[in-house]
Ligand binder design. Sequence first.
Ligand code: GLN
Length: 478
Amino acid sequence: MAEINLKDLTIKKAHESLVRGDFTALELAEAYLEEINKRNAELNVYLEVFADVRDQAKAADERLKSGQDVDILTGIPMAIKDNILIKGRIASSASKMLASYTATYNATVIEKLQERGVVFLGRTNMDEFAMGGSTENSAYGPTKNPHNSACVSGGSSGGSAAAVGGNLALAALGSDTGGSIRQPSAFCGTVGLKPTYGTVSRYGVMAMASSLDQIGPIGKTVDDAEIIYNAIRGWDRFDSTSYNLAQPASAEGSGEARKFKIGVPYSFFNQGGVDQAVLDNFNKMIEKLKALGHEVIEVEMPNLHYSLACYYVLMPAEASTNLARFDGVRYGAHVEGKDLLEDYTKTRGEKFGREVRRRIMLGTYVLSAGYYDAYYNKANQVRELIKRDYTKAFETVDIVATPTAPTPAFEIGKNTSDPLQMYLEDIFTVPINLAGVPGMSVPTGKTETDLPLAIQIVAPWREDKNLFALGKIIESCR
Ligand code: GLN
């Protein structure tokens, strides 16, 4: 069997090798299966490795052999977060509620990847219903960080990021409501993109907070993330909030030679709470970008301070509504009570985990008649102010940059008894979802103890292509 160096592989390199015949899609899939066999028991990245991986790879090989319909993604092995539906397969959102729920249709993103001949390796672990920032809220145990198994992988797409960061998949899909693609990417040393709201169809991703959710790619390089983004984006008649981004992707146009004007909201993160290693690494990258001729200025974004408070009102409100469908009757688990009401309470009380129950209670509270104006409406108004901060910043700069997360990956168990501390992990990622703009996490080095660090770059609404252009520059100088 061909020796395949998974560590150095990118989508482009794998594609070229597949086309040249250096190795087959089956051999590539087998190399990943072997790695999964070796490490999954320890890392808990995959909740399920699909039994038909080899068959999928053989079908890709047929396509490659015939030379018909060959795409850059044909035969590329990917991991899929457990809240994205693949027809005929279990999708559990890492919840006991949906432990044996089988999807009856494909998410649009899955349909698009399948058409191109992607090989799906399996479904990855996550925080239950995407609520969390460490994958410790999974009903199936935490996913460990591939760089240090005493640490978390981040969350909620921790399984997907650890799969890519640990070479247990070449690329992956995650979902991001408040940072769930970017933060685990920062912790696992991968590139993670939260696209502009609406550019990628949400049809077939289990809804957490519909006005914030986006599906996006996790890859080893910016180029890989861009390739997948271009494959999954576009208008979809099944998602009324989706649209076609009528502009060329960066590969076709924007040019890496471009000089960017980068804004940094220093006052937002210079008030403590951010790890020194994170700050030093961020400042070093900013200096490097300056040395390359990019302009960096300070921007005032006074309302970013309210982002977490605003998010933790709006997100639970939407989540409590979306999760009302899990009533023990229509979907998933059912626990028998003495009457219908007790069916509901028993099913939801026993099958939802602690964090999910906490957020449903919070959400129900802020939506209740007496508090709707004081909390939910107020938070919506604050969301407008946060959006305006970005609009205003983007009148003078092309990109806003911060670290992706205030700390590197932390130890498993460190934040589990303190939800507020856990929520603080989202401080830099949450405002981007509230504003609907695109954001990407790009690795920028490691701590002294070898844990990955990352920068988050944010572009104006629909200007996702600028993230790829600047992301490649960051990769080249880190
Ligand atoms: N960590 C954030 C939360 O717990 C973000 C989750 C997400 O993006 N799905 O809500």
